[in-house]
Design a protein around this ligand. Structure first.
Ligand code: J2J
Length: 549
């Protein structure tokens, strides 16, 4: 790909290689190695379907061949929007095998987000289910393509299930059953990875976003493999590990921290949970002997409640990671005993930096901090508003750079100028306190983003859409504390004429093609938006106003 001008310097790259962080192996080649080392072991379980490492490897070859037959090749971007199912993993490795680049979308995304992803990434294809959770993804793809006009981008839509009649829609099953050699599908060359270079972008992740639309995060083979492997080391994964993917598999946490990739790199088994309910998960834990899983804070209470019923044997489960949003200390203290597990807090970001509590950390650190950096080469700065480092214990913005933290978003020149310091530190927008042990406590945020139980909502994006409602003349989306979600969203709106209610607003945003989790939980009409001294909307005052009312 040609869009990786923001990258590590030659000196930094040499240092990360010398330290053994970057191993110079592509994901396509790693899968082949896995098949050699762990051939007969079970790699992947989805319901009654199972793949050994050897089978995963040969299936990736088959699907890769089908993808080539569709004209997809090295460097091409492909949006993958699948729920938790084996096909996610199969198509992901098949794309790696031909040097193509998966773009991780979430099942909850709709026309607006997917259209944006397709446009920014220049994706040639999308992979979607036919239907999932009462939603028809073929309809979604039809509307995305219609919006894109004459080029009908993306050219190809690969459908897991029934593709329907639309031209350009291809069933996934046809890819994996492609005959070895036909006129338009030449045999896969001997390469394991389509000739990809380990320093190439291997995948594009989605940022939580603070601006109008989510940014894309380029992750290279070298940096992402290090991310997954180092997390696997911290979590002491081995061939006996059975990881349950409960959170959406395309989410960085579930995919590579250590998640799916870390488990496969350790020779363990990945089990995909079709939904995150404790009932579904606990049945899989019992049946498959799951040892590790990862959750967001809102799931923790559901899991503890269900475990208290006493009707499940969770004896195999050793470690539960919790991250994505702040876990209340009280819940952290209860979770271990409730499930009979070791708890690990994870404060990570798709941009790179991962902090984790260590499995042998004292209970107070595990329960009251969000962990410490994964790598000895993660550089951490905690700074005041003028960018000056603050002493340990004092809250400040977290800045970071290191061997697996991006140096620039994909095709986002303007945003990159402010998202990074001149010397390449990423401005996380998170406010933290650092303890003398190096552990970080997340105490707040300066980015205009709301964290609704781990789902990130860029306030500006929703505000822009609210303003498209004919009655709304000004809008501010504010996060307020919430028992269940940690934060819920309140839209303060100024209206001309009768104010729309929450349901009308929800319908309007749905019509605009916005993902459902971005719908405000509450809509409050105000006569005007309060401003700060510098003329910005005073969101703190709005939140206060709500508390008083
Ligand atoms: C408070 N805030 C947290 C935590 C993330 C592992 C875990 C999570 C993510 C993730 C991830 C938090 N306490 N424990 O990618 O690999 C907030 C911060 C952070 C933002 C990143 C991973 N864990 N956060 O959540 O890219 O504000 O990644 O900057 O979705 O989530 O969001 P995201």
């Amino acid at each position: 790909m040609t869009d990786t001008q923001h990258t590590w310097s030659a000196a930094e790259s040499a240092r990360y290689r010398a330290a053994g962080h970057w191993q110079g192996v592509t994901f396509g080649a790693r899968l082949r190695q896995g098949a050699t080392e762990h051939g007969g072991r079970v790699a992947l379980v989805d319901g009654d379907r199972r793949w050994t490492y050897a089978e995963l490897d040969s299936e990736a070859d088959l699907v890769a061949q089908g993808l080539r037959g569709l004209g997809i090749g090295r460097g091409d971007r492909v949006v993958v929007q699948l729920p938790n199912c084996a096909e996610f993993v199969l198509v992901w490795f098949a794309l790696q095998r031909i040097g193509a680049v998966p773009v991780h979308a979430m099942p909850a995304h709709r026309r607006r987000e997917i259209g944006h992803l397709v446009r920014v990434s220049g994706a040639v294809a999308c992979v979607v289910p036919d239907r999932h959770a009462r939603f028809d993804y073929r309809e979604l793809m039809r509307s995305v393509r219609a919006e894109h006009g004459p080029g009908r981008s993306p050219r190809t839509v690969i459908v897991v299930g029934d593709p329907g009649q639309e031209s350009g829609f291809v069933p996934f099953d046809e890819l994996r059953s492609a005959p070895p050699s036909t006129a338009d599908a030449p045999p896969v060359p001997a390469s394991d990875d389509g000739g990809a270079d380990p320093s190439d972008v291997a995948l594009l992740l989605l940022s939580g976003g603070t601006t109008g639309l989510p940014k894309l995060i380029p992750r290279t083979h070298d940096d992402y493999a290090y991310n997954a492997r180092a997390c696997a080391e911290v979590c002491v994964l081995d061939t006996e590990t059975v990881y349950l993917a409960v959170l959406p598999i395309g989410f960085n946490f579930a995919f590579a921290c250590p998640g799916v990739l870390g488990t496969l790199m350790a020779g363990g088994t990945v089990v995909v949970a079709p939904d995150p309910s404790p009932q579904t998960a606990f049945a899989l834990i019992e049946r498959e002997g799951v040892t590790l899983t990862s959750l967001t804070p809102p799931l923790v209470t559901h899991w503890m409640d269900e475990a208290a019923s006493g009707s499940w044997d969770l004896g195999s489960l050793a470690v539960v990671q919790v991250g994505g949003a702040r876990l209340p200390e009280e819940h952290a203290r209860k979770l271990g005993p409730a499930l009979g597990v070791t708890v690990q807090q994870v404060f990570g970001m798709a941009e790179g930096l991962i902090n984790l509590t260590r499995l042998n950390d004292p209970e107070d650190l595990v329960c009251a901090t969000q962990g410490r950096p994964l790598s000895p080469d993660d550089e951490i700065l905690v700074v005041d508003a003028d960018g000056r480092p603050v002493p340990d214990g004092t809250p400040g913005e977290l800045l970071t750079r290191g061997p697996y933290t991006l140096r620039g978003y994909y095709r986002a020149e303007e945003h990159n100028r402010t998202a990074f310091t001149p010397d390449g530190h990423y401005r996380t927008g998170d406010v933290v306190r650092r303890l003398p042990t190096g552990h970080l406590v997340v105490v707040g945020r300066i980015k205009d983003q709301i964290n609704r139980g781990g789902e990130k909502i860029a306030a500006v994006e929703v505000e822009e859409q609210l303003l498209t409602h004919p009655a709304i003349t000004a809008a501010a989306l504010v996060g307020v504390e919430d028992e269940r979600w940690g934060e819920r969203t309140v839209a303060f709106v100024v209206c001309s004429g009768p104010a729309p209610g929450a349901r009308e607003v929800a319908a309007h945003l749905k019509e605009r093609g916005l993902a459902g989790y971005k719908t405000p939980d509450e809509v409050v009409e105000v006569p005007g938006l309060p401003l700060t001294a510098v003329g910005k909307v005073d969101k703190a005052a709005l939140a206060q106003q709500l508390l008083r009312s």
